[in-house]
Design a protein around this ligand. Sequence first.
Ligand code: FES
Length: 126
Amino acid sequence: MPTTLGPLTDFPIDKPTPVTIDGDKYLVIRPSENPDEVCIVSDRCPHAGLSLSRGPRGGYEDGVITCPWHNSRFDVCSGENLDWTPGVAGVKAPKWSRRLIAMGKSPAPLTVLAASVKDGQVVVDR
Ligand code: FES
């Protein structure tokens, strides 16, 4: 059943906005490359389940969100993992240490929700 999150204009461009949908935390991203659309991703990193929006360092830029904990990077519209545990808290680590930082977890995509904008409203299609 579709869920309406509110007017598109409530979501600032290039600023991931936290929302809760059915008790789970997500981020709504309205990319400057296409401000008439939104991408919605889980606010839980698939590496260790930590928040993507709260932590020591991280952030969003050019369609990519960086986990603030171990620096994994994800495409916010496809969820594709672009880099897996390359460091800690924004500091790049030597390549040999990535497997240690990964703590045995293999690269995984970020959960993405199907979303659209209908009559100026952001709608989650599920
Ligand atoms: S919790 Fe996100 S990279 Fe480790």
